[in-house]
Ligand binder design. Sequence first.
Ligand code: SF4
Length: 173
Amino acid sequence: MVIKMETYPENVLLIRGTEINYLFICPTKLWYFSKGITMEQESEYVDLGKFLHERSYFGEEKEVQIGSIKIDFIKRGNTIEVHEVKKGKSMEKAHEMQALYYLYYLKVLGIRAKAILNYPKLRETKEIILDGHEEEVEEAINEAERIKSLSAPPSPVKSRKCKKCAYYDLCWV
Ligand code: SF4
């Protein structure tokens, strides 16, 4: 489902949720991704499809594109819930910031919502609310913009994350 927007508020809506996620995983990865270099070996959407099938979230809006963000699925009740499906918690901070960015984005559009991170393999969920995190999100947006504007990727820093990163060869070979 794609929600077309007539007007785009300035600045914040040009950043994708994945870019905020990558900012907290690795700035080098964010830079490569923002230049259209996508080499992910294993897509989270495989997990998403399986999860949605298993849990039978029929009637929910799935893979909702709003401007530059794409939400795994949305539940509508008294409060709108945006759901993200993740494989594991090793990148939990990145997941949380991505969810907070979605909530911030929706708030700019005048939509109040909460986010739920789903970890189907762990059978866990985590609720995320925006209150008190606005400044943190704004700092992340500014930092992501700064990295995206660089003419060369930030120098890679080797870590355990590199092992499973699709950009490994670009950084280290
Ligand atoms: S290989 Fe390591 S340094 Fe390079 S983009 Fe991936 S996580 Fe970042």
